[in-house]
Design a protein. Structure first.
Length: 202
């Protein structure tokens, strides 16, 4: 699940009234979306590599069910992040399942991503402190992990967008960085039948 660590995203601090008011405006935009589908482009730069690593794919985030993360390039794989388990599906259809107890990091990632796309500050307050900023229709958040497991490898996270989260930049403590762009986001009231089966097993 190392490929998914870039999904550790969002929160509101509640440290000052201005920050609370700023996040309330962001939250109002994001919480409208029950299901979000989008394309993603990820660029990861590492100190030991001369060229950035690029990957592309699609994601589906359902606030009530979980996240489907489909990598299409440079290889094909699908990760399904539920609260209680993680499912990895290879290009040949091979499925590997792990319970939340076996893969706690992935389970947390799924909860965090859904909270980000929904704008659920309450769920994320334990992990981050944040400085929200709104300029017209645009907004941004600069996030710093609180003391705990995330602070050992994440230095800061920056998010930006308008009606949707459009991009995320994560800087790690070792100097590596990941920039993700979410393109062509589409909101829906409910997942498709295939998405529902993956996310809740119905």
């Amino acid at each position: 699940m190392a490929k998914l660590t870039f999904l550790l995203l969002l929160l509101v601090a509640g440290a000052a009234g201005a920050a609370e008011d700023g996040f309330a405006g962001i939250q109002a935009r994001l919480e409208k979306h029950t299901v979000v589908r989008a394309e993603f482009l990820q660029m990861r730069t590492m100190k030991d590599l001369q060229r950035p690593q690029l990957s592309r794919g699609r994601l589906v985030a359902w606030t009530a069910g979980g996240v489907i993360w489909q990598i299409e390039q440079p290889f094909r794989a699908t990760y399904v992040l539920r609260d209680e388990r993680t499912i990895e599906i290879g290009a040949d259809g091979t499925r590997t399942e792990r319970s939340a107890a076996e893969d706690r990091g992935a389970a947390r990632i799924g909860r965090v991503l859904r909270a980000v796309l929904k704008g659920d500050a309450k769920s994320l307050d334990d992990w981050f402190e944040a400085r929200p900023r709104i300029e017209g229709e645009r907004w941004s958040l600069t996030l710093v992990p609180k003391a705990g497991s995330l602070s050992f490898f994440v230095k800061s996270i920056q998010l930006y967008g308008a009606d949707f989260v459009e991009g995320v930049r994560i800087v790690e403590e070792n100097g590596d960085a990941t920039h993700m762009q979410f393109r062509n986001p589409q909101a829906a009231d409910a997942p498709s039948e295939d998405e529902r089966k993956l996310l809740v097993g119905e």
